[in-house]
Design a binder for this molecule. Structure first.
Ligand code: URA
Length: 482
């Protein structure tokens, strides 16, 4: 017997792996060991950088001799489920992970249903390790932040510093290559580094935080973006810290904002409570359209304002005699930053032209100034604003009316009706006749053009005719009031 100090090791089979994330190496060796019928308690896995190699340095020769599989031995049986869990768990930083995987593989040969036994300590540990690794990868995808630097040849290169908890770097390379294919980038970590030049991926040694130089304009963009999507109305510090654990904060440019944003949100919430819930309490009305547009852009008083989309202020002369009020910007409007430029806007343009209303001389705006939507794959599907959201945003529409002072207001659809009348009103019951508003102007309500877009056949013809008549009535009234 070899003179090992530790009796357990004296009889052990030391199996070297090429790297801490060498799952393929483990799989190949584990297959041979099973076929050679070497029980788990006789195997020690030697992983670079994990210290256990020293135990075997005492007896060169012994530790590297691997058993030979029996010629007639059957191939080990493994399920896809086990392989998938094992592949993730192999990246965990637990030094016992490869031993656990081999023990499970050994036990699975005699008990194929073992993975179903959720009470089994090995099975539970396998799930725990695999879950922790997947979570670490998810955090890496979310929190790697590239900083632009110049390389020696003056070309733009993006460098990120990240501290994974497990050996996930190599396993995630393809995610970053696919996402940032055309960029030249490096990801530096204490466990190694990756370098992509647009074509070839190179692996490098571990790095230090200082190696990733920082503080470029991309960081300002991240900060602005984060401040814009930060939703004070939904502030739950516990949930936020769970999603963005504090250990990542030091590497995230936007994290520097978090304490102030939390403090600001709490102060705003306290102010709202003491002001009886009015989110605009104490705020002066903007005096001109520029101040109005800026206020709208910065508004985060309802969840729509906090959804990170671009605000769409009204468009048209500041002294227009006719104001047309829609519901909210849609996908096209949000992208262009202008109201009524999508399909509903085109239909409205058509009808305005037919009624003799010049778009350039009218003020076009909306009851709600941000786009509310639901993301479905790549598409953003329109969602109606709630009554509460309309009521909050009314402050801006009132301010706009106070600046423009139109004689006539044409409201399109129920949301515009709610905003202008302060209550939900049936369009059909009031269309075709003027309603006096408190500021002396006259409101006409009709349906929204997107309603016409959803109809077809005879109903569409009939409703388009009624809409045309409503616009014609407004155009006639405008001439009377001129
Ligand atoms: N629908 C609206 O109500 N407003 C727009 O600006 C565009 C579509």
């Amino acid at each position: 017997m070899t003179p090992f100090r530790d009796a357990r090791i004296a009889d052990a089979c030391a199996v070297p792996l090429a790297a801490p994330d060498d799952f393929d190496g483990w799989r190949e060796q584990a297959r041979r060991l099973i076929m050679a019928e070497v029980p788990p308690d006789r195997v020690v896995w030697i992983v670079p950088g994990e210290g256990n190699g020293d135990l075997f340095a005492e007896s060169p020769g012994h530790s590297r001799r691997l058993p030979v599989p029996r010629a007639a031995a059957p191939q080990p049986r493994v399920s896809r489920a086990f392989l998938s869990l094992a592949k993730a768990a192999a990246l965990h930083s637990d030094p016992q992970r490869f031993a656990l995987l081999y023990r499970l593989l050994w036990r699975l040969q005699g008990r194929p249903g073992l993975l179903e036994d959720k009470a089994d300590a090995d099975v539970r540990r396998l799930h725990d390790l695999s879950r922790a690794v997947r979570r670490d990868s998810h955090k890496m995808h979310a929190f790697v932040r590239f900083r632009a630097v110049e390389d020696e040849e003056g070309r733009e290169h993006f460098v990120a510093w990240f501290e994974p908890s497990h050996h996930i770097l190599r396993a995630n390379a393809s995610f970053f290559i696919n996402r940032f294919t055309t960029m030249r980038w490096s990801i530096l970590t204490p466990r190694g580094s990756l370098h992509w030049d647009g074509e070839v991926l190179l692996e490098g040694p571990s790095a230090r935080r200082e190696d990733a130089r920082g503080g470029d304009p991309a960081e300002d963009l991240w900060r602005q973006y984060y401040a814009s999507i930060f939703n004070p109305a939904r502030l739950k510090v516990g949930a936020m810290v769970k999603e963005m654990p504090r250990r990542y904060w030091k590497n995230l440019p936007e994290a520097a904002l978090i304490p102030d944003l939390i403090a600001g949100a709490q102060a705003r919430e306290a102010a709202m409570v003491s002001a009886g819930g009015d989110p605009f309490a104490g705020m002066a009305k903007p005096e001109d359209l520029d101040a109005l547009a800026k206020g709208i852009r910065d508004c985060r008083r309802c969840p729509i304002g906090c959804n990170g989309t671009r605000a769409v202020p009204g468009e048209g002369p500041g002294n227009a005699s006719l104001m047309i009020v829609g519901e909210q910007p849609g996908d096209h409007e949000e992208m262009e930053g202008r109201p009524f430029v999508g399909p509903a806007g085109q239909l409205l343009d058509e009808h305005m032209g037919a009624a003799g209303i010049d778009r350039q001389r009218a003020r076009l705006t909306n009851a709600v100034k941000h786009f509310k939507f639901e993301q479905r794959g790549k598409r953003r599907l329109h969602q109606n604003p709630t009554a509460k959201e309309i009521d909050i945003c009314r402050w801006w529409l009132d301010a706009e009316r106070a600046i423009v002072r139109p004689k006539l207001v044409l409201g399109l659809g129920a949301s515009a009706g709610r905003s202008l009348l302060g209550k939900t009103t049936s369009i059909q019951s009031v269309r075709g006749r003027p309603i006096a508003l408190a500021d002396g102007s006259e409101l006409w309500l009709t349906v929204h053009p997107s309603y016409l877009l959803r109809l077809d056949g005879e109903a569409r013809e009939a409703e388009r005719g009624r809409f045309a008549a409503d616009l014609a009535a407004v155009a006639a009234r405008r001439r009377e009031l001129a």
